[in-house]
Design a protein around this ligand. Sequence first.
Ligand SMILES: [Fe+2]
Length: 188
Amino acid sequence: MTAPLEPLPEAGARLLAECGAPPRLVAHGRLVHDVAARLLDWLGRNHPALEVDTEAVRFGAAVHDIGKTVHPEELSAPGHRHERAGERLLLDRGTSPGLARFCATHGDWAHPDRTSEDLLVSLADKVWKGARKEDLELRVVRWIADAEARPAWEVFAALDDALRELADGADWRLAHQARHPVTGAAAT
Ligand SMILES: [Fe+2]
């Protein structure tokens, strides 16, 4: 994979810088944002009538882990404390609740209140590293199939192909992220 990464949305890049996000976290935001942008592109080409707030998905993908500036131990070990902390951080900086929420929702896609935008951020946050989560993907399939009155199997087959293609870049992305240190200031 050699294509340049999509540039971060300006607001997301600014917030990451203001919160002192270290290079690894900025790299992660760029990688997940890039995958989200490719997913949105695929949706736009294959399901153009679907209503998706693409700006919200891009923003959410870019900053979903910003709470790790408050809980840096979760940059290199699993944990969920960054989720609510990230939402709080963004709310305190004037981000609207509808956008700050991605920090809190990205790890819990099973919740019945999740929007299609939440699900897309969660999906990008898995597929960037080649992880496939059947329950998450089935929720996305159900959303598309219901909205378009199409058979779920047909939607699933096409989405599966798209996700497989995206997952092909996972080795490059993982190596790219690992080259960025977990401490220090990011060059943005
Ligand atoms: Fe993430």
